[in-house]
Design a protein around this ligand. Structure first.
Ligand code: BES
Ligand code: MN
Ligand code: ZN
Length: 496
């Protein structure tokens, strides 16, 4: 994508892209707009040629210096009700429309969006990355990403470059995560995932990283991660990425932990043929944590963050983990495996224990496509959130989620689940019972390994990928929670 910034419209053959709020005459640059629309703005709207209905994209033609020019408009509705999120949605719809029409050359008249120009530029940076992104490389046609063909000029007198750059950086981090999640499991497995992450963060400022291989994990006592991954010829890895900004030298870190099951066949508790399909996405938690780290480091946020990725492939083999096996975790607690398909909580148990004992974080958050039960409970459009702290602890998180529109719902864990996870006859813990409330059970299991670190668990089983297109993504992987966690960290409230 080619981006330019200009103060005034330049007569060339690119499309003129505008926002159309209701009460168009109140726009502070109404005269600029009206000149471009040949003095007919109000007539064009009242004739329903262009629409100010929120999210609706319409087009018309105008003559400028005797040349015919295409105008693409997105309706914004009542401008007093606009938010950054609504502007993002409108801009996403614009890009999806332009992709369909092959309008790749455009001048955005920023002040027509009736919103802070810097925020509009931010939305353009982000949405140009995420709205039309499709994974390339496996289909043998040579079609290009729409964004690669885009040639955009932002017209405004204000300096909006920083806003645009911020949005573009965040958008690129989201598509990075989505590309990892979309990769097929024969090509993305623990070792290759770890290698690609290492390449991604190589030579970035303030970053350190480490990869533990299978032998190291066994030697150091990661008994649960090793048990889950041992049946695969692609052996498990534990990846850590530490980012420490100079202004955060003395801060305790924020720990971000990701479930990275590069394929979940279920193991001996094998999934059905329909249940197994799309289990390549079972590493979305880890992929999205990579996206968060990518954004945090590219934006050079003044924080200290560590990421821990638990990577394994859950397969079947003569040496595979059986239902009934007992393993000792890194923490020392023993676990009876009642179901090999409840593998995510096992790898996370070792990962959160490792993160809390190694880094003593101020707050730890884990992201995991953990349970089908969370989908039963709150549907496919909400992320389930659990914490070992009071509800107040997630207040700022709830606010960030409102800002980004990534819906979350606080679900319970209590002594009820603590009792359930301790019901093994022969070990300290059992990894699954077969009762309702499976998402809370899984969360309570992980909490056995948090060592009382203030912790929030995100069950993204329903939200990690989508079957329908939204302004933020075509169908497939979503990169969910990257925007919310970056917003939460940027808000500065984590260190209050
Ligand atoms: N990766 C799955 C959870 C999942 C299911 C994610 C559907 C996305 C869509 C997880 O490892 C799993 O298999 N969970 C089991 C747990 C059960 C055996 C206790 C489940 O939810 O069925
Ligand atoms: Mn599973
Ligand atoms: Zn799984």
């Amino acid at each position: 994508m080619n981006i330019k910034f200009e103060e005034k419209y330049i007569a060339d053959d690119s499309a003129i892209v505008i926002g159309l709020p209701e009460n168009i005459k109140e726009l502070k640059n109404f005269d600029e707009l009206d000149t471009l629309l040949n003095g007919l703005t109000e007539e064009i709207i009242s004739a329903n040629v262009l629409s100010d209905t929120f999210g609706k994209v319409t087009t018309t033609g105008v003559t400028i210096q005797r040349q015919y020019r295409k105008v693409v408009a997105v309706g914004l509705g009542d401008s007093s009700e606009l938010t950054a999120l609504k502007v993002q949605k409108a801009v996403g719809k614009l890009f999806q429309f332009m992709d369909g029409e092959k309008d790749s050359q455009a001048q955005f008249i920023l002040d027509t969006f009736a919103f802070e120009p810097k925020e509009v530029a931010d939305a353009i940076g982000m949405m140009s990355a995420v709205s039309n992104h499709v994974l390339m490389g496996y289909d043998t046609s040579d079609k290009k990403q729409f964004r690669d063909e885009l040639d955009v000029t932002l017209i405004t007198k204000e300096d909006v470059k920083a806003g645009y750059d911020h949005g573009a950086a965040l958008g690129n981090s989201i598509i990075l995560a989505r590309d990892f999640a979309t990769m097929p499991p024969n090509l993305l497995y623990p070792e290759s995932f770890a290698d690609e992450v290492a390449v991604q963060f190589k030579e970035r400022p303030y970053i350190k990283g480490e990869v533990k291989d299978f032998d190291t994990l066994v030697q150091e006592g990661f008994g649960l991660l090793a048990a889950v991954g041992k049946a695969s010829v692609r052996k498990p890895r534990l990846v850590t990425i530490e980012y420490k900004h100079p202004d955060a030298q003395s801060d305790e870190p924020i720990a971000l932990v990701g479930k990275g099951i590069t394929y979940d066949s279920g193991g001996y508790s094998l999934k059905t043929r329909t249940g197994m399909r799309s289990m390549k996405y079972d590493m979305s938690g880890a992929a999205n944590v990579v996206g968060m780290m990518d954004a945090i480091s590219k934006l050079e946020l003044p924080v200290h963050v560590v990421a821990v990725l638990a990577l394994a492939e859950n397969m079947v083999d003569g040496n595979g983990m059986r239902p009934d096996d007992v393993y000792q975790s890194l923490s020392g607690k023993t676990v009876e495996v009642s179901n090999t398909d409840a593998e995510g909580r096992l790898v996370l148990a070792d990962a959160v224990y490792y993160a809390s004992t190694t880094y003593n974080p101020k707050i730890m958050m884990d992201f995991a496509t953990l349970t089908g039960a969370v989908i039963q409970a709150i549907g496919e459009d909400r992320t389930g959130v659990f914490t070992n702290q009071g509800r107040k602890f997630i207040n700022n998180l709830l606010i960030s989620s409102k800002v980004t529109g990534e819906d979350i719902w606080h679900l319970p864990i209590s002594e009820l689940e603590d009792d359930r996870v301790k019901q093994s006859d022969i070990a300290d813990l059992i990894n699954a019972d077969f009762k309702p409330g499976g998402a809370s059970f899984a969360a309570a299991f992980i909490n056995q390994f948090t060592e009382e670190t203030p912790w929030v668990h995100f069950d993204i089983a329903g939200t990690s990928n989508t079957s329908s297109t939204t302004p933020f993504a075509k169908k497939g992987s979503t990169g969910v929670m990257i925007r919310t966690i970056v917003d939460l960290i940027e808000s500065g409230t984590l260190y209050e």
